[in-house]
Design a protein around this ligand. Structure first.
Ligand SMILES: [Cu+2]
Length: 67
């Protein structure tokens, strides 16, 4: 099980949390997605997660991974 935290721009409310969680949860291997609005981070937990796929899923939801 690995955990990776991404800094994400543009998240501001519960809608953003839902949108990102829904998209990133679909990425293969992802067990858990935690969005922290204050810290502007998305923490992804799971097994064998494709980093690029996570970044694309965030992008697909309409947000930008900045780190
Ligand atoms: Cu929002």
């Amino acid at each position: 099980m690995t955990t990776h935290t991404y800094s994400v721009d543009g998240m501001s409310c519960g809608h953003c949390v839902t949108a990102i969680t829904n998209e990133v949860t679909r990425v293969q291997g992802v067990d858990r997605v935690d969005v922290d609005l204050e810290a502007r981070t998305v923490t992804v937990t799971g097994e064998g997660i494709d980093d690029t796929a996570v970044r694309e899923a965030v992008d697909e939801a309409g947000y930008t991974v900045v780190g």
